[in-house]
Design a protein around this ligand. Structure first.
Ligand SMILES: CC(=O)N[C@H]1[C@@H](OP(=O)(O)OP(=O)(O)OC[C@H]2O[C@@H](n3ccc(=O)[nH]c3=O)[C@H](O)[C@@H]2O)O[C@H](CO)[C@@H](O)[C@@H]1O
Length: 361
């Protein structure tokens, strides 16, 4: 009996480092591949993969965070990375996959190093304009890097790179406005603003929305995705306002019910809004709290006419309301610009692109 060829997927830490993996699992399986996932024990990737693909082999490895700043953990985490490399190496030698595909995040670093040591082709996908630290460290060990933005290709050193563009989870195109309004308990008689702070929520967005809620609710309804542990129970029962920590299955319906979004500028979210033609006000994570990747993502979207941008440092109650007003008045112009954008690749097309690098091709 011949067994199916194996592909290993890895990536985690935030939802954005898992979403493309989720999208390509069904086409890979349809093409006859056995898909295995290597992730961490407590990362968001474990829940996302196990919930959406019950029974898919999920292998836990140890992983340490690699930081650009001082922390006592900087002394212990390299050992965890080392242990993760050994675990991943043993697994890879046992499974003999045709390819390892990484969506980034710290858990992917030991997998890529081990893959390289075992002589397995490695392909990486980078979502942001400038590569994240984990991908940056891993890129020299990759056979190929796919990017979402064409501007990223020159940032890729010591590996071949091409721009594939984004891939959107297909179910996001199947939303129902009625189901979204029902889920949020809204009437649908007023425009709906969706506020989304990335996969972990955003304190800045939460504060801005909640402090300006009475003003916002004068003209619109608000759906607020505030992140795990950030519900404000004192707002329960507020007419026209619905809050959720993190939504999985119902997200497509909430997106369909929305007329505009206020969001962080994580790459996956903004390309989802673009594909769904949702006008957006982006409040990117500041350069103080990150490497500034979201600022570059947001600037490119503003330049293309898809988004209004409000820098985090400039957020006050007044500037926030003013920016939401601008979003409302520029909705039609943004939709026109978005209609000219190139259609994203389907998961099937992306899976085929990735497989060109497998050991059997
Ligand atoms: C704080 C941080 O490090 N952010 C980074 C992280 O973003 P992060 O993963 O937070 O954000 P992204 O926008 O890339 O992805 C969020 C994903 O979560 C989904 N979602 C969100 C809320 C919800 O309730 N339900 C749900 O399913 C969205 O549809 C989207 O697919 O990775 C991105 C991609 O590398 C980077 O651009 C971001 O800078």
């Amino acid at each position: 009996m011949t067994s199916s060829p194996i592909i290993i997927l890895t990536g985690g830490g935030t939802a954005g480092h898992v979403s493309l993996n989720q999208a390509i699992i069904p086409p890979l399986k349809n093409m006859g591949y056995d898909v295995h996932y290597i992730g961490s024990r407590d990362g968001i990737e474990k829940k996302l993969i196990e919930d959406s693909f019950p029974g898919l082999p999920y292998h836990e490895i140890r992983s340490g965070k690699l930081r650009r700043y001082f922390s006592m953990k900087n002394f212990t985490d390299p050992f965890k990375v080392g242990a993760g490399v050994l675990q991943a190496y043993r697994l890879i030698r046992k499974l003999r996959p045709e390819l390892i595909f990484s969506k980034g995040g710290f858990v992917s670093v030991p997998v890529i190093l081990a893959g390289r040591m075992a002589g397995i082709p490695v392909v990486i996908h980078e979502s942001d304009v400038t590569p994240g630290l984990a991908n940056k460290l891993a890129m020299p060990f990759a056979d190929h890097v796919f990017t979402v933005f064409p501007e990223t290709v020159p940032h890729v050193k010591k590996a071949e790179a091409t721009c594939s563009g984004p891939v959107i989870r297909p179910e996001l195109f199947e939303g129902s406005k009625e189901a979204g309004l029902r889920l949020a308990g809204l009437s649908g008689k007023r425009p709906v603003l969706l506020v989304m702070g990335g996969s972990q929520g955003s304190a800045v967005l939460n504060e801005a929305v909640r402090s300006q809620l009475p003003a916002l609710l004068r003209t619109m309804d608000v759906i607020h995705l505030c992140g795990q542990g950030h519900l404000d129970r004192t707002l329960d029962g507020t007419e026209g306002y619905a809050q959720f920590e993190y939504v999985t299955g119902g997200l497509k319906d909430l997106l369909k019910a929305a007329d505009g979004v206020v969001s962080r500028a994580g790459s996956n979210s903004i390309f989802e809004f673009l594909a769904l033609r949702l006008p957006m006000l982006l409040i990117p994570l500041s350069a103080e709290k990150s490497r500034g990747d979201q600022i570059l993502n947001a600037r490119l979207f503003a330049k293309a006419g898809f988004a209004e941008v409000l820098e985090e440092e400039r957020v006050t109650g007044e500037s926030f309301l003013e920016a939401v007003g601008k979003l409302n008045s520029n909705t039609q112009r943004m939709i026109l610009s978005m209609e000219k954008a190139e259609a994203p690749k389907t998961p099937e097309e992306m899976a085929e692109l990735i497989l060109r690098h497998s050991s059997s091709s």
